[in-house]
Structure formats: C-alpha cells, structure tokens
Design a binder for this molecule. Structure first.
Ligand code: ADP
Ligand code: ADP
Length: 225
C-alpha cells in the first residue's frame, strides 16, 4: 500500500533542469535511500517533498491526499538539514521545543517530549546551552531531535549523519532503524554513504542527471555485478 506517492516531479531553474522526472511509490514505514553523484537532483527532490520548492510538474500524495499544494507546516513531512537551520540564539531545548510550541502544545508537555528526545540522542547535558556553542555533531543531533519530537509520519533527511564521528553515526543509524520499527515512520534519506544505505534502506534509488536511474534493494543495487 502506497503511503507517499511521487508522480512525475520536475523542477528547472531557468533553463537548467535540476530534476527532469521523479516518480516513486513509497510504502508506509519504508526506508528509502536516495544516492547519486553531486548535482543529480537529490536535494531538489527532497525540497519538493518538504514543500520548500514548488514542482514545475507532477503530484505528491500522502495517504491519498494531495500535499504538493499545502504549505510546509501542513505537510507533516519535516526535513532534517545537512546545513542545519537551527536558531543560533536559542538554547538546545528551546530549539527542540519550537515546533511543538508552533503547534500549540502546552508547556509541560513540550518540555517532557523535548527532554525525552534530548535524552535519547545523548544531548541532555547541553539542554540549556546556546546552539551556537555546540560542535557540528552536537548540532546535527539537535536538528534530528527537533524533527523527531514532532513524531512525523514522514521524515526527510539530507545527509543527517555526515558531521558525526563514526561511533555516533553508527549509534544514530540504530536510532533511526528503531524509529522505523517502533513508530512506523517513512524515511526518505539522501546519502553518499554506501554503508549507510546498505544498513538502513529497504530500497535504494539511484539518481543521475535529474532522473531515477535504478531502484532496488541494497542487495540488488550494490552486490549484483
Ligand atoms: P544534489 O543534491 O544531487 O547534489 P541538487 O538537487 O542540490 O543536487 O542540485 C541539482 C542541480 O540543480 C545542481 O546542478 C544545482 O547546482 C542546481 N540547483 C539547485 N538549486 C538551485 C537553485 N536554487 N538555483 C539554480 N540552480 C540550482
Ligand atoms: P547539497 O550538497 O546538500 O546537495 P548544496 O550545498 O549543493 O546542497 O546546495 C545547498 C542549497 O543551495 C540547495 O538547497 C540549493 O537549492 C541551493 N543551490 C544549489 N546550487 C545552486 C545554484 N547553482 N544556484 C542557486 N542555488 C543553488
């Protein structure tokens, strides 16, 4: 059963075609990794899903409902950035609580949910620290916590583990897999890392020059000659 359907998405910047054609049916709770050379249209595709970029053509449906016309905050498809758009003058906890505040969640409940995610991602000790004073890896975890606290149906991630050391990256892979299992979150995950794609993805999408070139299980994509 298709949860998230991308049908013929296309995006150009002036005369330049960034995404020529992207179609994909994604099941509920499926983990999709998108790979391909730099400039092939991965981030643009993700941004169209997030609502940060308007597609020139095509449709996006989530649980049967068109979402491509909806504003970002009504899509339930938050995005975790590679270039992390955290609020630099807020504390870690304030950053994580922000989305809940926007959704009208009461203070005590906000605090409880935020602290739960800070704990799970091992950043509780920094809760009251300004994010401007964190390392890249710490910030990346704050960005993850900020999206996860919203318990989204779909999570879009653009190289979310790239700033983490190897140990933390492996730990986070485990956390993401757990989220997929326990909460049934659907993941669309852009990565350059074969090992991440191999251990996380149910299906891997290889893009090239703005088009989907191959789709298959990690075994099909990486191991077949
Ligand atoms: P990838 O994520 O696969 O590296 P992107 O989706 O970021 O690729 O970009 C695809 C192509 O579109 C690149 O050549 C990039 O330079 C171009 N591009 C992306 N965003 C813009 C933009 N806002 N204006 C002009 N060109 C863009
Ligand atoms: P990534 O490496 O994650 O694909 P980039 O660093 O290439 O991301 O791009 C970051 C942002 O800059 C993207 O969101 C994209 O929309 C924008 N961008 C990329 N290329 C161009 C471009 N040639 N002109 C304008 N904006 C661009």
């Amino acid at each position: 059963n298709t949860h998230l359907k991308l049908d013929g998405l296309a995006k150009s910047y002036g005369n330049f075609i960034a995404v020529e054609e992207f179609s994909l049916d994604i099941c509920e709770g499926e983990f999709i990794a998108i790979m391909g050379p730099s400039g092939c249209g991965k981030t643009t595709s993700l941004r169209m899903l997030a609502g940060l970029e308007t597609a020139d053509r095509g449709e996006i449906t989530l649980a049967g409902k068109r979402i491509d016309q909806l504003p970002v905050w009504e899509r339930e498809t938050p995005m975790v950035w590679q270039s992390l758009a955290l609020f630099p003058f807020m504390t870690v906890r304030e950053n994580v609580e922000f989305g809940l505040q926007m959704r009208g969640v009461a203070r005590a409940e906000r605090r409880r949910r935020a602290d739960d995610w800070l704990e799970r991602l091992g950043i509780s000790t920094y809760a009251d620290r300004n994010v401007a004073r964190l390392s890249g890896g710490q910030r990346q975890r704050v960005a993850l916590a900020r999206s996860l606290v919203l318990e989204p149906k779909v999570l879009l991630l653009d190289e979310p583990l790239s700033a983490l050391d190897a140990h933390m990256a492996i730990k986070m892979q485990g956390e993401l897999k757990k989220l997929q299992r326990e909460l049934g979150i659907t993941f669309v995950y852009v990565t350059h890392s074969h090992s991440e794609a191999f251990s996380l993805a149910d299906r891997v999408v290889i893009m090239n020059l703005g088009k989907v070139e191959q789709i298959g299980s990690p075994q099909d994509i990486f191991l077949r000659p």
